[in-house]
Design a protein around this ligand. Structure first.
Ligand code: ZN
Length: 292
């Protein structure tokens, strides 16, 4: 699908339409545009994230902003990483599954903060907030699980659920378990893989665009920086060892919202108001991607 090829034209259309149809293009950054302001030279991916302009005030609630984009007719699959029950089902989640490039555990327990706030609880909370924001914009939203099952799903099933839903975008929500001192978020993009059951050829480009949009909007909404330990400061990483990406046939990225093992990041991740900002950033990233 020539989505990427159409993006410049759509972006231009938005720029032209912004004054008359803010709700359609959602370019709130345009509200800050001043005569003589430098044009964004980043192909629109940052959407003003790096401009010096004061960002519009966004209430930290689930209410949509006034210039919300409509996502009616679009399907978004949210994949809350891990499952709170995985700790009690280690033998089941250790079963190996085919991820195309290799065989790997069905699922993992995920990490936690030093005081025991689990990644699985975090991912579900952010996913619920994200679901509510996207539904408020008219999207059809599917969660790969809602802790209604004792463990999992396995990573291959998580990919299949996105495929089956014919999702326009899939975001797998995680938090990292790296060393203290390693801080910030990063988005994981699928590598170009053709191996066994995996063929990401058709989704690599669109997934990168999705990931760039999510990274830019996540940074803007949360005020946090791209990871200082991976991705060379871009907030973007590419991996071929994740079944959830390898087996996807629809645009998909993973988001590591921060590092649970770093005390400063952990304090953010454990803060409900920050999680709402995180969900807003992801929703805005998905929104800018789906609207071109
Ligand atoms: Zn994880």
């Amino acid at each position: 699908m020539p989505f990427d090829a159409k993006t410049p034209a759509l972006a231009l259309g938005c720029a032209v339409l912004t004054v008359a149809a803010l709700a359609g293009c959602g370019g709130t950054a345009a509200l800050d545009a001043k005569p003589g302001a430098k044009p964004d030279a980043t192909s629109g991916t940052a959407n003003g994230a790096t401009s010096g302009a004061t960002p519009p005030v966004k209430p930290v609630t689930s209410a949509p902003p006034a210039a919300t984009r409509s996502l009616a007719g679009r399907t978004v699959v949210i994949d809350p990483g891990h499952n709170p029950g995985n700790f009690r089902h280690t033998s089941e989640i250790n079963q190996q599954v085919d991820i195309g490039t290799n065989r790997k555990e069905c699922d993992t327990t995920g990490t936690s903060t030093a005081d025991g706030y689990t990644e699985a609880a975090f991912t579900l909370d952010v996913s619920h907030r994200l679901r509510d924001l996207l539904r408020a914009q008219g999207a059809t939203v599917v969660l790969t699980h809602d802790a209604e099952r004792p463990f999992g799903p396995c990573v291959d099933e998580r990919a299949r659920l996105g495929n089956k839903a014919k999702a326009d975008a899939v975001v797998s929500v995680h938090a990292d378990g790296s060393a203290a001192g390693n801080r910030g978020f990063h988005v994981i993009l699928p590598a170009r893989v053709q191996s066994g059951a995996a063929d990401t050829t058709a989704i690599v480009g669109r997934s990168r665009t999705l990931g760039e949009r999510v990274a830019a909007q996540f940074a803007r909404a949360t005020g946090t920086s791209p990871a200082n330990y991976i991705g060379s400061g871009t907030g973007l990483d590419v991996r071929e060892d994740l079944g959830g990406l390898n087996l996807s046939t629809v645009p998909k990225v993973f988001l590591e919202c921060g590092n649970m093992r770093d005390p400063k990041d952990a304090a953010l991740l454990a803060n409900a108001a920050w999680r709402q900002k995180a969900a807003r950033g992801i929703a805005d990233g998905i929104g800018t991607y789906l609207q071109g």
